[in-house]
Design a protein. Structure first.
Length: 81
């Protein structure tokens, strides 16, 4: 991926995260972008979201779907502790 394409992708991922951040904040959580690597986005769920028993659903249904809407070439989103 070229540097310009990488920067564009990161910008779009950040926009997607800003879109879903208010929903995470409502539950006492947050999200941090760790890295964009090829077609994978690596994030860290923070606050209440990190220990929540439904964080896998939050990651797949909320975070991953929103990111894919903004950046269709992203294939998966991974949460790290």
């Amino acid at each position: 991926m070229s540097e310009a394409k990488y920067k564009d992708t990161v910008t779009k991922v950040m926009q997607a995260l800003e879109e879903i951040r208010p929903f995470l904040n409502q539950d006492g959580g947050d999200i941090e972008l760790i890295e964009v690597k090829d077609t994978t986005v690596i994030v860290r769920l923070l606050g209440n979201c990190s220990a929540c028993h439904i964080n896998t659903s939050t990651l797949k249904l909320g975070v991953e779907n929103t990111i894919k809407q903004h950046v269709p070439e992203i294939r998966k989103v991974i949460n790290i502790d």
